[in-house]
Write a protein that binds this ligand. Sequence first.
Ligand code: KIV
Length: 420
Amino acid sequence: SCFTTKCSLSPRPPYIPHHIPNPDYVRIFDTTLRDGEQSPGATMTAKEKIDIARQLARLGVDIIEAGFPAASRDDFEAVKSIAMEVGNAVGDDGHVPAICGLSRCNKADIDAAWEAVKHAKYPRIHTFIATSDIHLNYKLKKTREQVVAIARDMVAYARSLGCDDVEFSPEDAGRSDTEFLYQVLGEVIKAGATTLNIPDTVGYTIPSEFGQLIADIKANTPGIENVIISTHCQNDLGLATANTLAGAYAGARQLEVTVNGIGERAGNASLEEIVMALKFKSKLLGGLHTGINTRHIYMSSKMVATISGLYTQPHKAIVGANAFAHESGIHQDGMLKHKGTYEIISPEDIGLTRSNQYGIVLGKLSGRHAFRSQLMELGYDLDPKELDDVFWRFKAVAEQKKHVTDDDIEALISDEIFKP
Ligand code: KIV
């Protein structure tokens, strides 16, 4: 159980492409297998992608962006296999994730995406084109009028293939002219888009700015009430999680994330941070909640780290090796008295079982209370005088070593017992 909030799984509303029956429900769109795989060096085999997709389904993500089918034959096959297998497997709670394929705004990409995802129970095509002037002028070499026409025609084309779930992204929305965004988004809604994803492609916004962008889009885009607004925040300024939460607060009901926050450059908003923040701050955020089974977070993180080769730093929020470890004496004493003093999340809530109950790591900052508790766990109940002697020897060892292990403690005890 969580220490500071009531933990329970919220009911998941039925999957309807353009509409969520429960207005407080936030869809989690996981793009570990697409944007995450775009991290330098993180390429995955088809088999590895399928393994991760199965785990994402267990975790309870609503939509799995399985890849970019036009990018390579391998990716096409991986997305197709995920659509056939994971996209039709019914989970314990009756949930089947939607399977999505990315495409640029051209017919060949859209055809490839559809051919790959159409086998899923809930197939989705995600198509994108840039809308910022810098991208139009230097990358696409197109006018705004041309971009509007391409976006509208390609969303209509995707729908014409029989796909009733089409997501559109105006790439680099965070640096695009907002009046132009309202125009493009209004046109793609008319053409049949069901989710409008707003990417902060280069992670250039701050939370107040990104929240305002979502609020403005919601207030000014014709037809927006018939679709779902989504966020996709990159982490170039370290603000992806904060920006995503600001977007949810302003009305987005789909959040695009990756496990461990992997992705292009500095990565994406991290699934575990967003999900746990929504869980703890649901009340403050007006009751927003997800359908994620948080007990699968730790295993998902480990699996993605091992397969991608992108290991999390020890102090990574929620899943880092130190996220539930306590070394200073004051913190250890607090933990032994009540775990809620220094932990806002119970490790079991993310599926982590730790080697000792309190996450205590013995080192030079540890105090007598934690040391004695670790001795008791190892089966040694020393009298006060013995404890005092061993404690000072332990401190001497801790000055020399980063962490004092159970073996070190056993050695200290036998020295104490056999001392002359
Ligand atoms: O960062 C980005 O803009 C993207 C889009 C394709 C959603 O990844």
